[in-house]
Design a protein around this ligand. Structure first.
Ligand SMILES: [Zn+2]
Ligand SMILES: [Zn+2]
Length: 554
């Protein structure tokens, strides 16, 4: 509607209806006409649109708008930093109706010359277009997990008398998946290949396939697949080599032979036996990355990795006090119901006005509600937290008398993301040195496949967290997974604790902790160094000790 200059009041009415529907708990599609009409913001025409959507997956106004919009414009609208207004200008002034045309116009400098754009905007558009192109066909682990599991089932059912296993990035629990891969072991390979070609979901591309591997695309999905084949006697070795990273395979086990060399010998029935034969401790698949896991395994120093069941509480969550969907009570009761011992609530701080950040009065009101709920829900406990914006100069978002009222504080950057490494690192360092910072939230601000994080000097940041006893978050939202698992090892070496935080904005968000655990394990994380693996008593003590220290130094 914005693209086509529709009446601004109409646009706003759609927006407010959408906001109010999204805030509600119920699935719009399951609400009755009567219930829908009672929803604030849902007037007659929007009600009609929803009813039509239910019946035919579209509605006339939408059809008309799509009709007069070139297909490519919809893609241009998805480029970060380009709102409908800018897209409209590009369309009208330069006739741009596709991302391809947009790139050409940027490269020839035409975009910078349009009023309201300029060199900097043009540069940002180029970067975002490149980022988008480099991410085509890539998926977040969490978004593609179900599909891969379903396809595995289909393969197992349809390929009879064969060993079928997932290999590749998915087997190694990578945060981003670019190819779904399987290995099929059978002594009747020719027949198996024929069977695969007959499976509907797999569109085989013979040009990129070979004698021992079929490649192609999953039907109706922008996802590449590879199905590898081998004889049964090679299955264990192939499974190993197709699951590990190339770097891992090139690592020397002894003075002469690498993992890959040893695998060629094929004399083992599974990976456990392989490790035994080579005097190595078992290395979980997700750790086979080519870091230091082989030398750790030689010295039997592969740790017992963190598991979901080790987590005793959930920190960093939002409620309706700021931009969450569920009330504090709902968030707490559900957390308790799931069997956790405590919840850390950390709504947005006051500067984050776009996310309903809390003014001081609201903080105090929330604290009162927490006290009441804690009496009611005991021994379950809600900890009073806040996700304090790290302001431009690195300071936190409230005066000290308010900061001192919280049990814990997650300090995060949410604004002015366009920083060079020195500025970003210094900004975080100032926040880390602030004695009220308990946890450093999503350290780089990245959104996987959507936005690169601001650059930081990871070692300097981790060293500072070690010195100032600050916990680093592994934000478990599948878009973030930030701190990146590649830095978990270094943090652990320095004795820095990590917190697996779902950053839940609704009750269902707690389930994301699973992804935080997956990447934590990739980095070698143990329960010992995980903050929220502490039980209620331990973490109460932990928060209290930290606060007592601030008092001493003041
Ligand atoms: Zn945040
Ligand atoms: Zn948050």
């Amino acid at each position: 509607m914005e693209l086509h200059d529709e009446n601004p009041f109409k646009i706003r009415s759609y927006q407010s209806a959408l906001n109010s529907l999204e805030r509600g708990d119920a699935d719009i599609m399951s609400l009755s006409e009567q219930e829908l009409s009672k929803t604030p913001g849902v007037g007659k025409s929007i009600l009609e649109a929803i009813l039509s959507l239910k019946a035919s997956e579209s509605f006339p106004q939408l059809d008309q708008l799509i009709e007069k919009t070139p297909q490519g414009i919809l893609e241009v609208l998805q480029i970060k930093g380009l709102g409908p207004k800018k897209v409209k200008t590009l369309w009208e002034e330069l006739g741009i109706t596709s991302t391809h045309e947009l790139m050409e116009a940027c490269q020839s400098g035409k975009v910078a010359k349009i009023k309201g754009f300029g060199e900097k905007t043009q540069e940002t558009i180029i970067q975002n277009l490149e980022f988008k192109a480099s991410n085509a066909g890539k998926w977040l682990y969490a978004d593609i997990e179900e599909v891969i599991e379903q396809l595995s089932k289909i393969l197992e059912e349809q390929i009879s008398d064969a060993e079928v296993k997932v290999v590749g990035e998915f087997a190694r629990k990578m945060e981003i998946i670019s190819t779904a891969e399987w290995l099929i072991g059978s002594d009747a390979l020719f027949a198996k290949k024929k069977q695969i070609k007959a499976v509907e979901n797999f569109e085989v591309d013979l040009k990129s396939s070979g004698p021992l591997c079929l490649r192609g695309k999953i039907k109706d999905l922008d996802l590449n697949f590879a199905v590898h084949f081998c004889e049964l006697k090679e299955f264990a070795a192939k499974h190993y080599s197709l699951s590990a990273s190339p770097l891992h395979l090139q690592t020397l086990i002894d003075e002469q032979e690498t993992v890959a060399d040893k695998l060629m010998k094929n004399g083992f029935k599974d990976d456990t036996e392989f490790f035994n034969q080579n005097n190595l401790q078992y290395i979980p698949i997700e750790m086979r990355e080519g870091f230091d896991e082989i030398s750790l395994a030689k010295e039997a120093k592969i740790p017992q990795l963190l598991e979901e069941k080790d987590l005793k509480g959930i920190l960093h969550n939002h409620s309706t006090y700021s931009d969450g969907k569920h009330s504090l009570r709902q968030m707490a009761e559900y957390c308790k119901e799931l069997g956790y011992e405590y919840l850390g609530i950390s709504d947005h701080s006051r500067t984050a006005s776009y996310a309903g950040g809390l003014e001081i009065e609201k903080v105090l009101k929330q604290h009162e509600e927490i006290d009441t709920l804690n009496q009611e829900l005991a021994p379950f406990r809600i900890f009073k937290g806040i996700e304090s914006d790290i302001l431009g100069d690195g300071s936190l978002d409230y005066p000290e008398e308010i900061l001192s009222k919280f049990d814990f504080i997650v300090s995060s950057v949410h604004s002015i993301l366009n920083m060079d490494i020195t500025r970003a690192t210094n900004r975080l360092l100032t926040a880390i040195k602030n004695p009220y910072t308990t946890i450093l939230g999503h350290p780089t601000g990245r959104l996987l496949l959507r936005r690169e994080g601001y650059p930081i000097d990871h070692k300097t940041i981790i060293d500072a967290c070690a010195e100032h006893n600050v916990v680093i978050e592994i934000n478990a939202n599948p878009w973030r997974l930030d701190l990146d698992w590649r830095w978990v090892r270094y943090a652990m070496e320095k004795g820095v604790k990590l917190a697996i935080n779902p950053d839940a904005h609704e009750m269902e968000g707690y389930a994301d902790m699973k992804y935080g655990v997956l990447v934590g394990r990739k980095g070698g994380l143990t329960s010992h160094l995980t903050l929220n693996a502490m039980n209620r008593e331990e973490i109460t003590q932990y928060f209290e000790n930290r606060k007592a220290k601030i008092k001493q130094t003041n």
